[in-house]
Structure formats: structure tokens, C-alpha cells
Write a protein that binds this ligand. Structure first.
Ligand SMILES: CCCCCCCC/C=C\C/C=C/C(=O)SCCNC(=O)CCNC(=O)[C@H](O)C(C)(C)COP(=O)(O)OP(=O)(O)OC[C@H]1O[C@@H](n2cnc3c(N)ncnc32)[C@H](O)[C@@H]1OP(=O)(O)O
Length: 720
């Protein structure tokens, strides 16, 4: 896990724990061993610590937090040992020196970094804090203000910025064209040169723990705490990290460290830390699908997008940004021009905000080829249709594509609800047809549901999952069912929200509970933002708006929602929906007209309105959502509980500190949820969403947790 060599009397400790050189126990032992050898060897005059491969350590080994290994030869002790070593230690940074990696660097006496590298303390994103001395050393090195900002936001910064802030002693210029090996060689060279230059220098002032911290006023802490409460609403770690930073200015290093460790100890065992660490791994597990070999994917070098509307142009942006040429097709010149202008405006905006350069923006735009002719798609590797959400329209587009595109082209349909098998049946290559459900705005939202039809081949799935990653999306493979995973689960959740209106709640009551739970907004606010006509369109497609077509045994909860559309209350875009809006504002106010309508409909539908507690609102919305998640798993539509969590966090704003609906279910207790579902179902027998999932029933009665049960099940499957 580490190697040791000497170059020109400088000991070089190289950390070798690919892919990110996480500071696992064996690495920590290796560092200790290297320090001891170098200290004992009289010919060694200085020490360099560097990461092998592509990076300096990207942090402590997160998998050791759950199994307790992090407490053996813990990182804070290793860093103390580094700092107290009598020979100068130069740390050479490339790649991503994050978390414990940067904390190791702060324990070294000198720090140099490649200009391509990044440093950061992202621990708050995992529900903890930089608990290997980071909260005590960084303020001593760069001051409380800058340190608190970095620690509490968890955002990494570029090496050039880190240098300007005083984190680094020197930069090693590496161009974007140079290989990782050249970067490593140049960095090591520079580190050895520096080590030799300082070999006889006193270490006075070079041990960061011995530096003084300039105190700042309480006003600063109060302001930052206010900002954190707004930007990281509901998250414990950033506020706790701020307390630890404050301790650095109040106490000598040793006592500050004790405070840091106390706070870390509390955070370590918190439900938020568990949830956020679950999300970290779940996000990376979405590419691991039983039975799918991702290596079978074919490279996608040329893409077509059909439809230059908001969705199509957003999709095209993802590819051209990564240098993948796109032919963007629309039937009408006017629509095509509008789409191209939207794409140009997007890049202009990025240049204006300093997020990219004019040169890079122009380079991306150079990859866009607008066209009115399907024939221009004959040679693309993959084409995504983003036309109107209608089965017949999509089928005819795919049929046409099948005739024009080369036989190997993968045909993707961007749909949020439609049946992939039916769409694929319009082609002679159903194995090369797949659903790609982009979330809107497609150039912003990172989630992508990739929907496998019954005939979609492994190669097609692997190719689409891979290209999704290439365009920086978080792809989740899902099965082909109405609404796939995200929208399918949205229906019962939304159904309960509307049922609550019938029984006595108002939109702002429901929305407040969901906001307090941690969603960025409630369901009715979300519906107003998306447009209430979208829901109506889906209900019409389901054939449930017309009372004569409805199943009389199923409770209908959307009468008010339907009427709002009749009244042209489509939401923010028409300045009124569930709420009313001042022109240009997205902040809704409860509206008497809507409240009267809700009361009137309750009466007409035979409900006696009652006060509904926040607890009931929360349970009914969330348990209905969770029950559907279990059904998705038992039917094989979702491959892992973590996939569902990722979809709901990235697609629907489920609070990450609660880990997603399935992780949350385990935390609440499956028996409690199951029993509540039975109770709510008893009170409301005409709502089929209350029919409990068999999987939930089975786990609730056996007292098992979903996460453990599923991991075991997947292991057993892979051993077959
Ligand atoms: C007595 C007192 C005892 C106290 C004990 C103290 C313990 C110390 C406590 C606090 C101090 C320090 C805490 C930390 O350092 S927490 C970790 C902070 N670092 C991070 O959060 C960075 C996490 N990683 C990333 O952001 C990215 O991985 C990346 C930017 C570095 C690289 O991105 P990319 O190239 O896209 O690769 P992947 O993300 O896909 O990762 C590849 C692979 O590596 C795994 N992995 C990444 N980071 C870690 C990690 N820190 N620990 C373990 N594993 C990691 C990742 O899961 C992938 O694995 P794979 O899916 O199996 O391929």
C-alpha cells in the first residue's frame, strides 16, 4: 500500500492504494513504517510523501468508518507523527488531495502541488468533519475566515486558488495535455529539489499546529451559521464543523483537537453520517448491475438528437460540452433556430458567469450541427429522440430512424412514462432500443433513468450507461414499467397529498410538512413549478379524468387538480396554480379561490373535513412512496435499494441527509412502516397504493433490514 525508496538522500514514501489512494489502515501503517525508516537512516536528509498513480490520497477510507477499522492507528495520530518528525517532510500533491489527504498535507512541513490538482475538505458531505486535525490546522495556516468557508462548504478548490490562500508553498506548472505520468515525474522532481533545498532549515514555523490563530468576531460565526442554515438546510455537519473551527481560535492546539474529536465522535455515529455515506457508495454502485458487463459497451463518438425543444437542446448541450459531435434535428426551421439559440445562450451565460472561457464555449458550439434532414443521422452511433410525449409520435420517429440509421446505431427514446417495448416494436432492432429518461432541465439535472426493454441487449445497456457517465450524468438502470421508478413512485406520493386535501388539509399544510422533512419544496409547489397541465396530461393518458372511464373501486383524488387546469391555473407560468404568484416570482401565496374550491370539492365528494396532524401528512406521503419503492424492487424494476435512493435524491429532492426513501425506511423500521400502511389501508380501502408490498411484509415480519437483505441476495446471485 506504500513503497519506500531514496533518491539523492531524500526518502520518498509513495502511497499506492488505487484508484484514489484512500488512507486505509495498510496505508497508514505504511506511512508510519516509512517515517520510521527515514528517521533512523542517517543518510536520509529529508522526506517526500507522494501519491502513486493518478492522485494524492482523496481522503480517509470511507469504508473503514462502518467497520471500525478507522480507529486502529487512527489518522490523527499518523499526522501528528508526520508533523513531529525531525527531518523536513515535503508533500507533493497531484490529482485530488481531499479530506484526510489534505489533512496529511497539512501535517507536512512543506506542500507543493501540480497546477492541475485540487484540494478540499469535503467531509461535511459525508456527515462528518475534517477530524484528523483539519479543523485545527487549516485555520492556523490560512486564517479562520477562509478555513471555515472551505470546511463548512466542503467545496474543493483549484491548486492555484489554494496557493493564493496560503495552503501551498509552491506550484508545479503542468499543462492539460501532459500525461499523468509526466505530471507525477515533474512533481516528484520538484519535491526532491525542494526537500534538498530545505534539508538543513529549521522546522520552526513549519509545524502548522504551532502557528497562532487570529481570532475573529462572533459576528462572523453568526453570519456564516446563518448562511449554512440556508444553503445546507437540515444538515448537521457544517454547523458542527463551524463549532470545531471556532475552537481553533479559542483554545491551544491540543485542546482544540480534543474539541474536534468530541464533535467528530458525535457526528460519526449520527444517522445523517450513515445516510450520506450510504449515498456516496450508492451513487458509485449504479454502474454495477448483476448480469451486465459494462466492458461490453461500444464507444459512442457521434450522436443525433431529434427535437430542438427545451429537452432536445438540453440533451445536446451535454454531449457537445464533452466534445462529442451532435446532429440536432427538427422538422421546422423556426424551431431549430430557437433550439440553437437556446444552446448558444446557455454557453454565453457560462462565459459571462466565468464558468468557462469564450474559446471553450466556441469549441463546444463547433460540435453542434443543426439540420432539418433525418438523412444526416445515417452515420451516428446513438440517437436520442426528444419529441412530444405520445406513443404514436414516438413510434413513428423510431420507425423512421430505424430505416435511416446504420444497423449498429442505438436508438434512444426520451420518455418519462411510455412503454419502451411498444416503442421498440416499431423497429427491426428492438435489441438496440433503450429508454433514456433525462430530467429537466436536461443540461443541469444529473440523474438519468436508463430504461431497459425486454429485448434491449447487454451491449446496448452497457453502451448507454457508459456514455451517460461520460457526459457526467448519474445513470440508473431501471425496468420498463409505467413511470419507471421515479415517476412511478411519485404517483402514490402525489396521490396521498391530494387525498389529504380532500380530507381536510390545504396545499400549504402538506407542503410545509414536506419542506420541514427536508424536501426543497412541497409537492404542490413542485407541481406549480413543473406546470399542472403535465399531471393532467398523464391522468388523461391513464384514462382516469373522465369519470365514466374510471375504475369505480379506486378512489379518485384529483378533482381539484383537474379543475385548476380548467381554470387555467397551470402554476408559476400562469402566475396562479395551487398558489398565486406575483408576476415574475416563484414564491407562491395561499389563494382563497383554491382553498374554497378544495372545501367545496371535499363536500361534493362526501368528505367531512378534519384537522390532519403533521405526523399523519408525513407518514401518508412518505409511506405510500416507500411502499411503491418496495414493489419496484420485488418486481425487479429497480435493481438495488440504493438505485431508488439515488433517483429520489437527484431527481426529486429527497433530503440526502435522510439517505433516500429506502435507506430512510430501514432507519424508521420496516415493521412500523408496514403496520402504518395496513392501518391507512384499512381506513381507505379504495386506494390500491395502500396494498402492502410483499417484500415489505416479508422483511417486516422477519425483522430484517432491507439493505442487509438485498446485499446478501445480490451476493448469492453473483455466486450462482
Ligand atoms: C481516536 C480518534 C479516531 C478518529 C478516526 C478518524 C478518522 C478520520 C476522520 C476524519 C478525517 C478524514 C475524513 C475523510 O477523509 S472522509 C473522505 C473525504 N474524501 C472524499 O469525500 C472524497 C471522496 N472521493 C471522491 O470525491 C471521488 O472519488 C474522487 C473525486 C476522488 C474521484 O472521482 P472519480 O474519478 O469519479 O472516481 P470515483 O468517485 O468513482 O471513485 C473510484 C473508486 O474509489 C472509491 N473511493 C473514492 N474515494 C474513496 C474514499 N475516500 N474511501 C474509500 N473509497 C473511495 C469509490 O467508491 C470508487 O470505488 P468503486 O465504485 O468500487 O470503483
Amino acid at each position: 500500500m506504500t513503497s519506500y525508496k531514496t533518491i539523492k538522500d531524500v526518502a520518498v514514501i509513495t502511497i499506492e492504494n488505487p484508484p484514489v489512494n484512500a488512507l486505509s489502515l495498510a496505508v497508514r501503517e505504511g506511512i508510519l513504517d516509512g517515517l520510521s525508516r527515514a528517521s533512523k537512516d542517517d543518510t536520509v536528509c529529508a522526506i517526500v510523501i507522494i501519491g502513486g498513480g493518478r492522485t494524492f490520497p482523496a481522503g480517509a477510507d470511507i469504508s473503514e468508518f462502518a467497520n471500525g477499522k478507522a480507529f486502529t492507528k487512527p489518522l490523527p495520530q499518523i499526522i501528528e507523527k508526520i508533523e513531529s518528525t525531525q527531518k523536513p517532510i515535503v508533500c507533493a500533491i497531484h490529482g485530488t488531495a481531499f479530506g484526510g489527504g489534505l489533512e496529511v498535507a497539512l501535517g507536512c512541513h512543506y506542500r507543493i502541488a501540480s497546477t492541475r490538482s485540487k484540494v478540499g475538505l469535503p467531509e461535511v458531505n459525508l456527515g462528518i468533519l475534517p477530524g484528523a486535525g483539519g479543523t485545527q490546522r487549516l485555520p492556523r495556516l490560512i486564517g479562520v475566515w477562509l478555513a471555515a468557508e472551505m470546511i463548512c462548504s466542503g467545496k474543493p478548490i483549484e491548486a492555484v486558488d489554494a496557493d493564493a490562500k496560503g495552503i501551498l508553498d509552491d506550484l508545479v506548472e503542468i499543462s492539460s495535455l501532459e500525461s499523468v505520468q509526466t505530471e507525477y515525474d515533474k512533481l516528484l522532481d520538484a519535491a526532491i529539489t525542494l526537500a534538498l533545498r530545505v534539508k538543513n532549515h529549521s522546522l520552526e514555523g513549519k509545524r502548522v499546529s504551532q502557528l497562532k490563530v487570529e481570532p475573529v468576531s462572533d459576528f462572523f460565526y453568526e453570519q456564516l451559521a446563518l448562511q449554512i442554515s440556508k444553503n445546507a438546510r437540515g444538515m448537521n455537519a457544517p454547523l458542527q464543523a463551524l463549532k470545531a473551527v471556532k475552537a481553533s481560535a479559542m483554545f491551544p492546539f491540543k485542546e482544540g483537537m480534543q474539541r474536534e474529536q468530541q464533535i467528530l465522535g458525535r457526528l460519526f455515529v449520527s444517522s445523517q453520517a450513515k445516510a450520506l455515506q450510504h449515498i456516496f457508495f450508492a451513487e458509485r454502485q449504479t454502474m454495477k448491475i448483476p448480469g451486465i458487463d459494462m466492458k461490453k459497451g461500444v464507444p459512442i463518438k457521434f450522436v443525433g438528437v431529434i427535437g430542438a425543444g427545451m429537452m432536445g437542446s438540453g440533451i445536446a448541450i451535454n454531449f457537445i460540452k464533452k466534445g462529442i459531435p451532435v446532429v440536432l434535428i427538427d422538422a421546422e426551421q423556426e424551431f431549430l433556430d430557437r433550439g440553437v439559440k437556446a444552446i448558444e445562450d446557455y454557453f454565453k451565460g457560462r462565459v459571462k458567469k466565468g464558468k468557462t472561457t469564450r474559446f471553450l464555449a466556441d469549441r463546444s458550439l463547433g460540435y453542434l450541427r443543426p439540420s432539418l434532414h433525418y438523412e444526416d443521422l445515417s452515420n451516428v452511433d446513438l440517437v436520442i429522440e426528444a419529441v412530444f410525449e405520445n406513443l404514436d409520435v414516438k413510434k413513428s420517429v423510431l420507425k423512421h430512424l430505424d430505416e435511416i440509421c446504420k444497423p449498429q446505431t442505438i436508438l434512444c427514446t426520451n420518455t418519462s412514462t411510455l412503454d419502451i417495448d411498444q416503442i421498440a416494436s416499431a423497429t427491426n432492432r428492438p435489441d438496440r432500443v433503450i429508454g433514456t429518461h433525462f430530467f429537466s432541465p436536461a443540461n443541469v439535472m444529473r440523474l438519468m433513468e436508463n430504461v431497459a426493454g425486454s429485448k434491449t441487449s447487454e451491449r446496448t445497456i452497457a453502451s448507454v450507461m457508459q456514455i451517460s457517465k461520460t457526459i457526467s450524468k448519474i445513470p440508473v438502470l431501471v425496468g420498463n414499467c409505467f413511470g419507471f421508478i421515479g415517476n412511478r413512485m411519485l404517483f402514490p406520493y402525489n396521490n396521498q397529498a391530494n387525498a389529504l386535501l380532500q380530507e381536510g388539509a390545504f396545499p400549504h399544510d402538506v407542503d410545509k410538512v414536506l419542506y420541514d422533512f427536508g424536501f426543497p419544496m412541497g409537492l404542490f409547489q413542485m407541481s406549480d413549478l413543473a406546470g399542472n397541465d403535465i399531471g393532467l396530461h398523464i391522468r388523461k393518458a391513464q384514462g382516469i379524468v373522465d369519470p365514466s372511464q374510471r375504475d369505480p373501486n379506486e378512489r379518485y383524488v384529483s378533482t381539484t387538480a383537474d379543475k385548476l387546469c380548467e381554470m387555467k391555473r397551470f402554476g408559476v407560468k400562469s402566475s396562479k396554480g395551487w398558489y398565486s404568484y406575483a408576476k415574475g416570482s416563484r414564491k407562491g401565496r395561499p389563494d382563497k379561490e383554491v382553498m374554497d374550491l378544495i372545501v367545496e370539492n371535499s363536500k361534493a365528494e362526501g368528505f367531512v373535513r378534519r384537522n390532519i396532524s403533521a405526523k399523519e401528512i408525513e407518514e401518508r406521503c412518505l409511506y405510500a412512496l416507500i411502499n411503491e419503492g418496495f414493489k419496484c424492487l420485488e418486481e425487479g424494476m429497480a435493481y438495488k435499494p440504493g438505485d431508488i435512493d439515488i433517483i429520489w435524491i437527484y431527481g426529486y429532492g429527497f433530503p440526502p441527509q435522510k439517505g433516500g426513501p429506502m435507506h430512510y425506511a430501514d432507519a424508521v423500521g420496516l415493521k412500523k412502516i408496514y403496520d402504518s400502511i395496513l392501518q391507512y389501508g384499512k381506513a381507505d380501502p379504495k386506494t390500491s397504493a395502500w396494498k402492502p408490498s410483499k417484500l415489505l411484509e416479508q422483511l417486516a415480519s422477519s425483522g430484517k433490514k432491507l439493505a442487509k437483505y438485498w446485499t446478501k441476495k445480490l451476493k448469492a446471485q453473483s455466486n450462482l
